[in-house]
Write a protein of this length. Structure first.
Length: 520
C-alpha cells in the first residue's frame, strides 16, 4: 500500500479582539518569533455542482509572493481529528494543474467534463506569522493566521492558531496550547479554511467529515483503535457546535449522538483507558448531555406528536394553548443548551477530552496497562461484543413484563452494543461476517427505535401534563380545562401505540437473538 502523506496539527480559533494579546504571548514564548509575516492568498476550486466537496476533496492553489502551490486534501483522514491526508506540488501559475494531481484522490474524479468545469469558488486572504516553540525536547510550529474568507458575495473574518507538532510528544503539544489558552480563550476547532468558505456558498453540503463513520484497520492495537474512535466522536461533537449555536436542531442532535458514542467508546475500552482522568471526562460528557437533551426531547415532541396531531385536528380544544406553553419551554431549553455549549466549561471539556484521548495518563501506564494497550483491537472487540450480546439477550427474554425503567436499561444496552458493532465493523471484513453484521445492526436499530418510542411515551406524558399543570396555575376556568383536555388527547394518542410498539420490540429482539455472532 502506498504511503499516504499527512500533516498533524491542533487547530484553535479565537475572537479577533484577542489577536494582539495572543501575538504578544506567542512572541514571549517563542525561540524565533513571527515578526516577518507572510501574505498568503489561496483560491479554492470546484465544479458548479460542487463535486469535490460532495466527495470530501479540497483543491487549493495558494500564492506566496510569486510562487504557486497546489494542494489536494481529503476531508476525512483515517485518524479523524488532528490529521488529514494532503498532496502538495509547486505549479507554474494560478490555475490548477491536474497533471500534478496524479496519484491523488482528485485524479479519479477529474475526467472529461468534470475537469473542464473547474472554477474558483472562494478565496482566503491571510497574514501568517510563524513562531517556533521549544520545550523539553518538543518542537512546535505555531502559525497565527488573521484574514478573511471571500466568496465575492460574502466575507467573514478568519482568526485561527495552528500548532503543528514537529518533534516530541503530543502531551507537550497540549501543554503548550493550555499555556496559550490562559492568555486568550482558544476554542478547539475541526473546521478547515475550506469548511469556512463552503459554509458561505449557497447549497454547499456539510463537510463530509461530520459523519459518524469509524474505520479501523485490522492491524490496529487497542490503544490505536480507541484513539481513532475517540477522535471521530470528538470531531463530530466539535464540528456540530457552530450550527447548533445558530439554532440548528439537527446539529444539536448530532452533538448528543457524538457524546453518547464517545461515552460508549470509553465504556467499551474501560480496561484500556483506566486512569484518574477518565472519571472527570465522563462526568463532563454527562453534564453536556443533560444540557442538550431537554431541547432535543421537545423538538421530537413537536415533530412526531404535536404537528401531526394539529394537522389531523386543528380545532382540538386547548391544543394551541398547550403548544404555545411547550414552545416557550423549548425556547428556554435551547437557551440553556446554547449557554452550556458556548460556556468556558464546554470549551475546556472539549479541549481536555482531546488531550486525554491523545496523551492522557492511560497512554503511559505500567506493564499491565501497556499489555492491554498493545493487545490486538480484534481481541478486545470480540470480547466486548460477545459480553454485550449475552447481556442484551438475557435482559430481553421477558421484554413485555419489564417495567419502563428496566425497558430503558435494555434500550441503553442495545444502543451501546449497536455503537460497538459500528465501531468494530472493519475488523471482521469477510462476506459472511458482513452479512451477519448487517442483519444484527438492522435488528438492533429496530429494537432501539421501538424501545425508544416506548420510553418517549412515558417521558411525553410527564412533559405535556407538567406543561398543562403549569398553565393551569397561570389561568383558570375554560383555558385550564382546555389545556388538560389537550394533554389527555396527546397522552391518549401515544398510549394507543404501545401495543404495536411492544410487538415491534419483541419482533426485533427475536430477530437479533437468532443472528449468529459475526466476530467468530
Amino acid at each position: 500500500m502506498p504511503h499516504t502523506p499527512r500533516e498533524v496539527e491542533l487547530k484553535l480559533v479565537f475572537d479577533p479582539v484577542d489577536a494582539a494579546r495572543l501575538e504578544r504571548r506567542l512572541a514571549r514564548a517563542a525561540q524565533k518569533d513571527g515578526r516577518a509575516s507572510q501574505k498568503l492568498v489561496s483560491v479554492y476550486f470546484d465544479t458548479p455542482d460542487l463535486t469535490l466537496r460532495r466527495n470530501g476533496i479540497t483543491l487549493r492553489v495558494r500564492r506566496r509572493g510569486t510562487r504557486y502551490t497546489q494542494t489536494v486534501k481529503l476531508a476525512n483522514g483515517a485518524a479523524g481529528l488532528f490529521d488529514r491526508p494532503e498532496w502538495e506540488h509547486v505549479i507554474a501559475g494560478p490555475d490548477p494543474d491536474l497533471a500534478a494531481a496524479k496519484g491523488t484522490p482528485l485524479e479519479r474524479r477529474m475526467r472529461g467534463r468534470i475537469a473542464e468545469s473547474l472554477r474558483p469558488v472562494f478565496e482566503t486572504r491571510i497574514t501568517r506569522r510563524l513562531y517556533q516553540l521549544t520545550t523539553d525536547g518538543t518542537r512546535i510550529e505555531a502559525g497565527l493566521d488573521r484574514g478573511e474568507v471571500d466568496t465575492g458575495a460574502k466575507k467573514v473574518p478568519l482568526c485561527e492558531l495552528e500548532l503543528e507538532l514537529q518533534a516530541g510528544s503530543a502531551k507537550a503539544l497540549f501543554g503548550a496550547a493550555r499555556d496559550l489558552a490562559q492568555a486568550v480563550p482558544l476554542r478547539l476547532s475541526v473546521d478547515s479554511k475550506s469548511d469556512r468558505g463552503y459554509a458561505l456558498v449557497p447549497g454547499a453540503p456539510l463537510a463530509p467529515d461530520q459523519t459518524v463513520a469509524v474505520h479501523l484497520a485490522p492491524s490496529l492495537n487497542t490503544e490505536q483503535a480507541f484513539r481513532t474512535i475517540g477522535r471521530a466522536c470528538l470531531k463530530q461533537l466539535v464540528a456540530s457546535q457552530p450550527a447548533m449555536l445558530a439554532g440548528d436542531g439537527e446539529a444539536l442532535h448530532q452533538m448528543r449522538i457524538a457524546v453518547r458514542r464517545l461515552r460508549a467508546a470509553i465504556a467499551t475500552f474501560a480496561d484500556v483507558v483506566t486512569d484518574g482522568e477518565r472519571q472527570r471526562i465522563t462526568a463532563g460528557l454527562k453534564w453536556i448531555i443533560g444540557k442538550l437533551s431537554p431541547a432535543r426531547d421537545l423538538d421530537v415532541l413537536f415533530a412526531e406528536v404535536l404537528e401531526p396531531l394539529r394537522a389531523r385536528d386543528p380545532e382540538a380544544p386547548g391544543l394551541a394553548l398547550l403548544e404555545r406553553d411547550l414552545e416557550g419551554r423549548r425556547a428556554r431549553a435551547y437557551g440553556v443548551a446554547r449557554r452550556a455549549v458556548s460556556s468556558e466549561r464546554f470549551r475546556t471539556l472539549a479541549f481536555d477530552t482531546a488531550a486525554w484521548i491523545e496523551a492522557g495518563a492511560w497512554t503511559r501506564g505500567g506493564d499491565l496497562n501497556r499489555l492491554r494497550r498493545e493487545e490486538p483491537a480484534a481481541v478486545l472487540a470480540a470480547d466486548q461484543l460477545g459480553r454485550r450480546r449475552r447481556k442484551l439477550r438475557k435482559r430481553g427474554k421477558r421484554l413485555r413484563q419489564l417495567t419502563p425503567a428496566k425497558r430503558h436499561k435494555l434500550r441503553i444496552a442495545g444502543k451501546k452494543l449497536r455503537y460497538a458493532v459500528e465501531f468494530f465493523a472493519d475488523l471482521f471484513p469477510n462476506k459472511k461476517q458482513a452479512k451477519r453484521r448487517k442483519t444484527a445492526l438492522q435488528a438492533l436499530k429496530a429494537l432501539q427505535d421501538a424501545l425508544g418510542a416506548l420510553n418517549d411515551i412515558t417521558m411525553r406524558e410527564k412533559l405535556v401534563f407538567g406543561a398543562a399543570l403549569a398553565g393551569k396555575r397561570r389561568s383558570h376556568g375554560p383555558q385550564a380545562r382546555e389545556r388538560a383536555l389537550a394533554a389527555g388527547l396527546i397522552a391518549g394518542s401515544q398510549e394507543a401505540q404501545e401495543d404495536a410498539l411492544m410487538a415491534a420490540a419483541e419482533s426485533a429482539y427475536a430477530d437479533f437473538a437468532k443472528v449468529k455472532p459475526f466476530w467468530k
